[in-house]
Write a protein that binds this ligand. Sequence first.
Ligand SMILES: [Fe+2]
Ligand SMILES: [Fe+2]
Length: 192
Amino acid sequence: MSDAEDLARDRDRAQALLEEWVASDALRRHCRSVEIALRAYAAELGEDADAWGCVGLLHDFDWERHPSLERHPQDGEPVLAALGYPEWFRRAILSHAEHVHLPRETALERHLFACDELAGFIHACALMRPDRLEGMEPRSVRKKLKDKRFAANVSREDITAGAEGIGRDLDDHIAFVIAALAPHAAELGLTA
Ligand SMILES: [Fe+2]
Ligand SMILES: [Fe+2]
């Protein structure tokens, strides 16, 4: 495998880059959540879990330095290019942002988009429950989705479109992501 392809699967390097660029625990946990969800989907689909995981871990790596739609993730892309990340990796990261208007063509791109907002939303839902992720049902997550005041910054349209993009029923997708995150609850700050 080429150096670029190795780098795309090197979790230690991805983690180091994330820690260099992201100070906030909340954002690090978000990136980790998306990594976990993507690894789970890759495993289920027989895809490359290390590659999908690194894309998830780094999809928002530049947000603290480029916290606007004008700059994130567009200005992070050349940074990844200079480090040697391959084109498909950078394209997947670019494509998670609706405002970039890049059609999502690969399974990786579609799953990244599907997991990004939903992972954040499930985290917000878990924080409202004494048992956190334990026993969380898709039904209760959907109820929260209808409450426009709850986690108002999370785009409901992106969540619905994300599930459609991966050809999954929304409940099924929600249940899958909850199940993926649950074993990592402590690390994600979601212990009951
Ligand atoms: Fe983002
Ligand atoms: Fe994100």
